[in-house]
Design a protein around this ligand. Structure first.
Ligand SMILES: [Fe+2]
Length: 434
């Protein structure tokens, strides 16, 4: 009964103070935005590249505002100004799928990003988290940070309900919420940083035309759609783009690849350069061995042409090995971690197994083992065998990705999502269904 009366009073009071119902918001969707960007936006600093945002009865579907379904862990910051006729405390409410932070005039009013498990309910409502915000007389700046959960829709709720009465409301639980002391420039806590993952997609052997051209092409197209919708920040394709490499077939591949909205790094496979097509492949995709910074901090990708180790080309081999050493030295000096990517796996099951079509020469295995002990290599990515596996070898993850052409191990068609954070790495398969 008590609860019922409170609900009625709550609704009445909401209706009485409806002046903040139609606030004009601007929002920016950008995964690099952090809670402290919302804090900065709440001092009046204008966000750039924004879209208009309006809450309807306190609720909005952020995916609709973004124009497409965004991936889990997507970030956004919204801001608006509120003009108050007097200095007062106001009851605010918020609920988001999944994490949020509300900042007002350079102070954090409420945050679930560091200390709370996330949202209280799905679909969320503005009554999930009630908290006071202090409004000064005149213009106030409010900014909200959102991080997406895995709900079907990315929903967010926010409302300014009513003016608080210091005497009557003093004992209400929401009024007793202590202010969080998060100052501009303060680094997020480690627990939060850990959720800001570095995610790399690893593909192997699209090899369109291997067994069934049409279904392999269809699966590759589907894979591109899944990648564009994923939380991956870059893509490495571990060799063998087409089964037969010709100018026409590479043109088809490149046209499909152009739909990918993520940075992509290509590794040369035996089907790419082993059909007297090395120059043609280079014309389409550039050098077959190279290094590049990944689009997340602290990681360097070194792409190896393992075809050269299996079928050497004098001078080219020396040049490539020198590049690998040079890159490892530079990464170590710069405090970066290194991800190596090649086509052939180092070995299949045992580091001492006989040399074969599907592994590297013993001498190169030994060389890599020595390098892994000396330099900050965290992963070696490969394909070629059309079998998916993960092995930890000398502290380095050897990751052989799933394929969308023939899967000899009969496991899922798909790609691999590698997540790097802190000193850890884990991977899972994103299946590409028929
Ligand atoms: Fe291959």
């Amino acid at each position: 009964m008590k609860r019922f009366i409170f609900a009625i009073l709550f609704c009445l009071s909401t209706m009485c103070f409806a002046q903040f119902d139609n606030l004009t918001w601007q929002i920016r969707f950008d995964d690099t935005l952090m809670p402290e960007n919302a804090l900065a936006a709440s001092t009046g600093t204008l966000l750039e590249e924004t879209k208009p945002l309006a809450f309807q009865d306190g609720l909005v579907e952020l995916d609709k505002i973004a124009g497409r379904k965004l991936h889990i862990y997507a970030h956004a910051v919204a801001q608006c100004t509120v003009t108050s006729e007097e200095e007062c405390d106001y009851l605010a409410g918020m609920g988001v799928d999944w994490w949020f932070q509300c900042c007002v005039n350079g102070e954090v009013a409420k945050s679930t990003v560091e200390n709370e498990p996330g949202n209280a309910a799905y679909p969320p409502s503005a009554e999930n988290f009630l908290f006071p915000v202090h409004l000064k007389k005149g213009v106030n700046h409010i900014a909200l940070f959102f991080e997406r959960g895995n709900g079907d829709k990315w929903l967010a709720a926010f409302q300014l309900f009513r003016k608080l009465d210091p005497a009557a409301d003093a004992d209400k639980p929401f009024y007793a919420v202590p202010k969080l002391e998060v100052m501009p420039g303060r680094k997020p806590r480690k627990a939060y940083v850990n959720r800001i993952r570095k995610v790399l997609a690893q593909l192997a052997d699209p090899q369109i035309g291997m067994h069934d051209y049409d279904s392999e092409l269809a699966r590759f197209r589907k894979e591109i759609d899944l990648l564009n919708d994923s939380d991956c920040q870059a893509v490495v394709i571990c060799g063998d783009m087409m089964h037969r490499t010709t100018r026409e077939s590479l043109t088809v591949f490149q046209k499909e690849l152009a739909r990918l909205t993520l940075p992509v790094f290509i590794v040369a496979g035996n089907h790419d350069v082993g059909q007297n097509s090395r120059e043609l492949f280079q014309e389409f995709f550039g050098p077959t061995y190279y290094a590049a910074d990944l689009p997340f901090e602290g990681y360097r990708l070194v792409v190896i042409d393992t075809n050269l180790w299996q079928t050497p080309i004098p001078q080219e081999n020396e040049k490539m090995d020198a590049m690998i050493l040079r890159e490892l030295e530079a990464a170590a000096a710069a405090g970066k971690k290194v991800i190596l990517a090649g086509h052939a796996p180092i070995f299949q099951e045992d580091e001492d197994e006989d040399e074969a079509y599907y592994n590297l020469p013993l001498e190169k295995r030994q060389w890599l083992k020595t390098l892994f002990g000396r330099y900050p290599v965290v992963a070696y990515l490969a394909g070629h065998s059309h079998t998916a596996f993960s092995v930890l070898w000398n502290g380095v993850l050897l990751s052989n990705a799933e394929t969308t052409s023939a899967a000899f191990d009969k496991v899922n068609y798909g790609f691999r999502r590698l997540v790097f954070f802190g000193d850890s790495v884990y991977c899972n398969t994103i299946p590409v269904k028929e």
